[in-house]
Design a binder for this molecule. Structure first.
Ligand SMILES: NC(=O)c1ccc[n+]([C@@H]2O[C@H](COP(=O)([O-])OP(=O)(O)OC[C@H]3O[C@@H](n4cnc5c(N)ncnc54)[C@H](O)[C@@H]3O)[C@@H](O)[C@H]2O)c1
Length: 357
């Protein structure tokens, strides 16, 4: 089987994805596009690929288009891709708003095309070991938990961090999305959300690159505390922040009737996972699974294989749309001071134990 893909967006995350065709040799990259062919040329040259105009890429033999543009462009690019009759795999979030996400899902359904969405880190060894451990019942029914994504924002390490402080990003939509996706993979869908949010600093200063020293506006909340009420009954408090220099919380902690678990960082494919039975000592959970290090693109490969096998892919649009609704409702709930119910539900994706590449 050979899968031809085209890539739109050749920025910061592009290089990480380009490792996938090297490891999964059935994947061939037809060409790469960006805002203009000239903008795509440096990365295309660096990776020995063809720089193309978006329209030419959409008319090419590529069967799947990988969308690596910033969140505010996800909807417009995604609609073009689907209208061109191509399957779409997009970086997170699915779209900058739930309404746009719904439009994408409706068009994909109408055109009978697959749509997949990052994050795919939940297919890594860490989250899959955690999921299997939860499913084994050792922790008993999971009642409560905490999740913490807290840092001081991307202005230290990203040369063009503007989009992180615009609609469709911020700490919840940009990185909290990994946490919400992992929690839904572990526990199932969310029933309702409530919380608080605020913007601590009105502007940020870019710390590196061509725009070093430039002050950029902050248009989204940068510290968000969300109470996630899962359909299963689990109550999880998620803090997503771009305002915190350091902290000492585990990324995810889950508390069940029979014990507690500390999960790995959902932004990574693995990490130390510990559990304790009731008052017993903390024990380390063995991962012993594939994909312990950066395997970005595994969700795309899983989708390509699922198309071939005519089965559901794991990073699917139903999961991505539910996660997008959870995040948007969390921000709405914080703004209005109310508890908001979800209109979407999704299945937990099938566990992954086999090696895809
Ligand atoms: N940077 C990271 O570490 C990282 C990690 C994981 C996920 N992501 C996600 O990947 C996506 C891209 O992030 P990035 O950091 O690479 O962004 P970036 O700003 O570095 O690059 C974006 C690319 O998209 C192109 N682009 C922008 N608008 C376009 C349009 N309308 N049409 C065609 N091309 C367009 C730009 O020219 C650029 O090549 C985002 O959704 C982000 O959330 C980024």
């Amino acid at each position: 089987m050979t899968i031809s893909i085209g890539v739109i967006g050749t920025g910061n995350i592009f290089s990480a994805y380009m490792k996938t065709p090297k490891r999964f040799r059935q994947l061939t990259v037809v060409g790469v596009a960006s805002s203009s062919p000239e903008a795509a040329t440096p990365m295309a040259t660096a990776f020995g690929l063809k720089a193309m105009a978006v329209e030419d890429l959409l008319a090419s033999e590529a069967t799947i288009i990988l969308n690596l543009t910033p969140p505010l462009a996800h909807h417009a690019i995604g609609m073009k891709v689907l209208q061109a009759g191509k399957h779409l795999f997009t970086e997170k979030p699915l779209a900058a708003s739930f309404a746009e996400g719904k439009e994408l899902v409706a068009l994909a359904k109408k055109r009978k095309l697959r749509m997949g969405c990052a994050p795919d880190t939940f297919l890594g060894a860490g989250a899959q070991a955690t999921r299997a451990f939860i499913d084994s019942g050792t922790l008993g029914t999971i009642r409560h938990g905490t999740a913490h994504f807290m840092c001081h924002g991307p202005d230290h390490w990203h040369p063009n961090p503007n989009f992180f402080y615009q609609q469709g990003a911020g700490p919840l939509m940009d990185v909290g999305v990994y946490y919400v996706t992992h929690l839904v993979n572990h526990l199932g869908p969310v029933a309702s959300v409530s919380g608080k949010a605020h913007t601590t600093y009105e502007t940020r200063v870019i710390a590196l690159g061509a725009n070093q020293g430039k002050r950029i506006p902050v248009e989204v909340p940068t510290h968000i505390v969300t109470h996630l009420n899962f359909v299963s009954g689990a109550q999880i408090v998620l803090t997503s922040s771009f305002d915190i220099w350091k902290h000492g919380h585990a990324p995810i902690e889950l508390y069940g009737d029979e014990g507690s678990l500390m999960g790995n960082d959902p932004n990574l494919f693995s990490g130390r996972i510990k559990f304790a039975r009731q008052l017993g000592p903390w024990e380390t959970l063995s991962e012993k699974r594939p994909y312990t290090s950066n395997a970005r693109g595994i969700g795309l490969v899983d989708m390509a294989l699922a198309i071939e096998r005519n089965v559901q892919h794991r990073c699917n649009d139903s999961l991505a749309l539910h996660v997008l609704e959870v995040m948007e409702r969390a921000l709405d709930a914080a703004r209005t001071g109310s508890e908001l119910r979800m209109t979407t539900r999704c299945q937990r994706p099938e566990p992954l134990s086999e090696k895809l590449f």
